[in-house]
Design a protein. Sequence first.
Lengths: 265, 438
Amino acid sequence: MAQDQAQPLLQVRGLVQRFGGLAAVDGVDLDIMKGQIYSIIGPNGAGKTTVFNLITGIYKPTQGDISFEGRSIAGLRPDQVLRRGITRTFQNIRLFNNMTVLENVLVGQHTQLPGDVVSALFRLPNYRRAERHAEQRAIELLGFFGSSLVDQKDEYAASLSYAERRRVEIARALGSNPKLMLLDEPTAGMNDAETADAVQYIQRLRKEFNLSILLIEHKLQVTMGISDRIAVLDYGKKIAEGVPAEIQRDERVIEAYLGRKTAVE
Amino acid sequence: MATNTPAKTTSSWMDGVRRWVNDTKIAGRPLMWYLTGWRFAVIAVVLAVLLPLITPDMYQDIQSLRVAMISVFVYVMLALGLNIVVGYAGLLDLGYVAFFVIGSYTMAAGTAGQINNWAGKLINIPSFPFILLLPVGAFLAGIFGVLLGAPTLRLRGDYLAIVTLGFGEIVPIVFQNIPIFFGQFGISATQPVPIETPLGELSFTDPLNSTPFYYLSLAVVVLVTLGVFMLRDSSIGRAWVAIREDETAAEASGVNLTNTKLLAFALGAFVGGIGGVMNTAYQPNIAPSNFSFSISITILIMVVLGGIGSIPGVILGALALRLFDVFLLQRINDPVHQSALVAPINAPLHFLAGIDFNTLKLLIYGIVLIIMILLRPQGLIPDARRRRELAGVGAAPEGMSAAGLLEQEEVGGDVLGAGESLDTTEYTGAGSDAQGRE
């Protein structure tokens, strides 16, 4: 049991991703424990999203290993990674714009539904039950964000507001019953009120869905407020890691964000 | 929003067509109301069932409307099958005729009684019943769909189209060059023993009584259509649309891209195989030269004309083009030839005597397609999603009024517009970190 506690949910070791001559990610180690909200911060181009793409299988790592619940997931396809229990949202929201809100969330439950032709063609009882259940579940997931999305479930995703689309994307990501959710700048482009709201539902996500959350976030007031732990990336390398208070004081972090102090006198 | 866009310069007759579609009312309802959803299905099936009763019994006339409709049914199936691949999964297949060939040859070889062995010597083989060959042809075509799809589906857009085009050319050439099915001479399905049905003897190649086979084809078409509907409204159909919309997001939502695309290919091919078997069942003589690239293109035009991704649209597109081909064209050709022939040699229209409209068929299709793309890029009966894509994402007002449909088309682009998902996916968000760095 004690060993279980020490075992990180997601463990990243020596992760390297090169694009041609450029090492976008250069030897990053991460340990995300169960139930944590873990943030990755860093200046633009530090390799944060690349780390996400490596974890979720969009890129295959050049070097290094990623293991989830003790099993390696490096090199798996995105849909296989999702089946292991890691889900994500995208920095520039990637909803299916010409599908309805409900359909978007139903696609998110794809792995939970029978996918064989025979059950679909003949609408076998198990298929109909699964579809009915998926629809109820989709409405539940939309209901997580209050009734407004439920009311708009038959609207096309493209017609929603920006903040609403971020929420639908999270609802879609929840459809696979994940254990770990990767949120890529979940408050990007939001005003203060919407950001405050987002912070609240990220915390509720952890509580109500028993999720661990890995977060990329630019707004420091967001990350400092909700993170259990923060890693700072710069030029593809992890330059600091710790609890928010440590990060705020860390010289290298300040340097990366604000530039080096130079002796003028 | 249509009012903000600069008005396209359209001639008055185009407006006239638009107004006609817009204003035509049948029993107080706009025309489009009848052409959507279940109403279309009911109307189409009722008309199809009644057709043999209300058309004169022109037996012995291979060009009778009834026999023409059997051919229409075949093409409806082919168009529905191609629509799975092109319309739902968004994969451009230019070699769909290959699956038609495989279905056709299954039926022919299965009933011919005699084929060659590898050495080119005639051997007798048993003749199988139609009811067995129908699924066999469909499954064989489906298997070839997988065989074609597996190595090629990693290609995107134009590249996939080129490979499928090649496959469509290769399959007939293979049949032409292997001796088993008599090469270029082709093979003939023999008439199976007629089956007694309540409607009369169900025979397959008897031009004297096509009614039973007409109803059999109709039944198969209805079943295929129902099947396609079921697939579209299933988790599989949703996954296809998701892939078309955004491959990366679909994959991140747990959709296995390879398998799901392969499934679209296989099911499209399956339906094409059914079409092939049905076709040979009533037109028993087939040869490799019957299956040209133009068939693939014709089926694709049917899909585009009717409305990519729209089941009623695709059915209407197939009906329109195939009826034109087998029923109308000859009826234009003959009188024109006759009147031009009897006209004096220096009469202005005498040159028409030298023109065979059959050879102009593809030209006419091309012109029709261009007019459609200018006037109504979303197709005759557009799919709701496609309508949105062509109207510009997020801008389209909802509602299925004919007026709305016609307005939206003003802002439409080319027919494969709106970043046609045949090849869109780039990991935009994904690469930005690495590439954004200076």
